[in-house]
Design a protein around this ligand. Structure first.
Ligand code: MG
Length: 347
């Protein structure tokens, strides 16, 4: 049954509306390159809306709430976690995509899925697995592996997302090229490039906010020439950066206006040089790395009942990498305690 005036399925009307109203550079749901395994289309959701919903309902998405952004297992409720980071990226990306007449549903799906593959304890965990596992480890590839293989593992198709969403997840780290004024490494949709820049806009600003809140830095520690151009508050800076993204993207590429792009890049590099390696943060990261390295080594030699069984097509140890990478901060700490701390005797 349909309440649309001509009796057509609502999805067909939405696809038509996309063709009529979006930019010619947009990715149109009705022209998707499709899924690895063919599925009939839905009556009232486009392919990209469906993908967004599948990601939102996945287990990996729910685990993001207990994964570190920058501050490890923060006790204050106001610090970002990987989940709130993801939601901020989705908001920024949708705002920019709508202003650019790009596909908001595709942008939202990519944004919600982009960090699913993050390890516990943020990049600290990524470094440990990359060093320990002979095949190497990268969170973007792991995000893709989660949606293609690990979620809904039993039916063997993962979430079976469209090519466009998987491509956006795979290439979500290209902002560092765009901000450096270089072409992004891979050909990708405009929507994927918007998410990538929105990811940088989100983390630059919320990591500053969290660092100020935690007393790790004061405003004087930030480069004043950048703040003059970008704004003194997080909200002003996000607005400046998103405007620069909308105004700077035309004629077949996603970019920011040059002055704001350069100031954003300087601010970003400042965080990488002074904030992330600072002793307050790196002291805790070293502890987290030690825990994850010991967990990995132990689980390679001694699978626990929770370790997922190896898949015959995977190289040896991949199931342990997937297990460790999928852990939340809390789960990793609890497992470490269970495996390595003596249990109190309770008669
Ligand atoms: Mg991110």
């Amino acid at each position: 049954m349909s309440i649309s005036p001509d009796g057509a399925a609502p999805r067909l009307r939405f696809e038509e509306r996309e063709r009529a109203t979006l930019s010619p550079y947009a990715a149109f749901a009705g022209e998707s390159r499709g899924r690895a395994v063919h599925e009939p289309e839905h009556d009232y959701r486009t392919a990209f809306q469906r993908d967004r919903d599948r990601i939102l309902h996945s287990k990996a998405f729910r685990r993001l709430k207990q994964k570190t952004q920058v501050f490890l297992a923060p006790e204050g409720a106001h610090y970002r976690t990987r989940l709130t980071h993801t939601l901020e990226v989705a908001q920024i990306a949708r705002t920019a995509a709508r202003a650019l007449y790009l596909n908001e549903d595709l942008v939202e799906a990519i944004a919600l899925g982009h960090d699913l593959g993050h390890t516990p304890f943020g990049h600290a965990g990524e470094l440990v697995l990359n060093e320990a596992y002979p095949g190497g480890f990268n969170h973007s590839e792991q995000s893709l592996r989660i949606v293609e293989v690990l979620e809904r593992r039993r039916n063997g198709t993962g979430l079976n997302l469209t090519w466009e969403v998987r491509d956006g997840i795979r290439n979500h780290s290209c902002a560092k090229c765009i901000l450096a004024g270089e072409p992004p490494g891979a050909a990708m949709s405009f929507e994927a490039a918007v998410v990538s820049l929105s990811d940088a806009i989100a983390y630059i600003n919320h990591d500053i906010d969290d660092a100020l809140r935690g007393g790790v830095i004061t405003e004087q520690d930030l480069p004043s020439d950048c703040l003059e151009v970008l704004g003194r508050t997080g909200s002003d800076r996000i607005d400046t950066m998103v405007r620069a993204l909308v105004d700077g993207s035309s004629n077949g590429r996603i970019d920011m206006t040059p002055e704001i792009r350069e100031a954003t890049q300087r601010l970003r590099l400042h965080l990488y040089t002074y904030l992330y390696p600072c002793e307050t943060i790196s002291r805790e990261i070293r502890k987290a790395q030690k825990i994850l390295r010991e967990l990995y080594d132990y689980l390679i030699a001694n699978p626990t009942p929770e370790t997922p069984p190896p898949r015959p097509e995977d190289p040896e140890g991949r199931n342990v990498v997937d297990f460790v990478a999928g852990m939340t901060d809390d789960f990793a700490l609890q497992l470490y305690e269970r495996l390595f701390f003596p249990a109190p005797w309770r008669p």
